[in-house]
Write a protein that binds this ligand. Structure first.
Ligand code: RIB
Length: 302
């Protein structure tokens, strides 16, 4: 279904350590945890894994270190049939995310960027070539890496999808003419000052994001409320799929990848966002980041 789509992801590659407790500690408090595990993560690598499991051809562009975490993250990307020729292995330390997970599947994450912050913009940009149909980027690398890669893709008429995670201010004006800009609620607040918790705020924030980025579509990921799509004229709200929440980590990454692939295939943004909602619902029902990305078969049988 998506086998002829040639995609690339420029982004972060992290080892995640997930520590679960019924409730998370207050400042200065110590609580007992119920479990911990290591998982393959990083917003870029999560999205690359989702694209690959859904059947697309995927090239990963990023950086790790020559340490144990870097080696196992690279091996896992290769196991998922991802081309890692664009991943440099000369970082100082591989990125690490400490994920605190509460009994309701909600998380708080601290990311140590390490090698992700050391990606050389000119090196990353070289990998954006005419062989690509689709580029995905996030904000977990330096701003210059994102803008240079995106602008080169736009020049080459490659469909570009910008996932605005993690939440931080970003000069959207430096990327003009992208296809889809997609923040979640807290990322929308960081970019516009508006937390999109009702329809009026969703529309106002979407208008601001569209004016600043000149994106063809602004898609807000609204968590348990589904998502919204703004095309410059119309705002459409799409409901979520019901699911059992185990771990919300990387649900947004899964949404972005599935939405991007479906849009690259058929150009129908509403259908694409509906598949994104379905993929996000699958991801929250499983523990871990890359581990919770569905195959195409799992998604279609859901
Ligand atoms: O989007 C989820 C990801 O954010 C985690 O895998 C973690 O590595 C952080 O980058």
């Amino acid at each position: 279904m998506f086998g002829n789509i040639r995609s690339a992801v420029v982004g972060s590659i992290n080892m995640d350590i997930i520590l679960s407790a019924d409730r998370l500690p207050e400042v200065g408090e110590n609580v007992l945890g119920s479990a911990y595990s290591y998982a393959f993560g990083g917003k870029g690598a999560n999205q690359a894994t989702a694209l690959a499991r859904l059947g697309a051809k995927v090239k990963m562009i990023g950086k790790v270190a020559e340490d144990a975490n870097g080696q196992s993250l690279l091996a896992n990307l290769k196991n998922n049939n991802i081309n890692v020729a664009g991943v440099a292995v000369n970082g100082s330390q591989t990125g690490l995310a400490a994920i605190l997970l509460d009994g309701q599947g909600r998380n708080r994450i601290i990311v140590y960027e390490g090698a992700n912050a050391e990606i050389v913009p000119a090196e990353a940009e070289q990998h954006i070539d005419d062989s690509l149909d689709l580029l995905l980027v996030q904000f977990e690398t330096a701003e210059e890496v994102v803008t240079r890669c995106v602008n080169r893709a736009v020049q080459k008429n490659i469909m570009t999808v910008v996932d605005c995670g993690p939440a931080k201010p970003f000069c959207l004006e430096k990327m003009q003419g992208i296809t889809i800009l997609s923040p979640n609620e807290s990322e929308t607040k960081a970019l516009t000052g508006i937390f999109p918790d009702d329809e009026e705020k969703i529309l106002t924030a979407s208008r601001i994001l569209k004016e600043r980025s000149l994106a063809q579509f602004v898609v807000l990921k609204l968590g348990e409320k589904g998502c919204s799509v703004f095309d410059g004229d119309n705002l459409t709200l799409l409901p979520p799929y019901p699911t059992n929440v185990t771990d919300t980590t990387a649900a947004g990454d899964c949404f972005t990848a599935a939405m991007a692939l479906e849009f690259a295939k058929n150009g129908d943004i509403l259908k694409a966002c509906d598949l994104g909602n379905k993929a996000g619902a699958f991801a929250v029902s499983k523990l871990g980041a890359q581990n919770s990305m569905p195959t195409l078969e799992e998604l279609l049988n859901m």
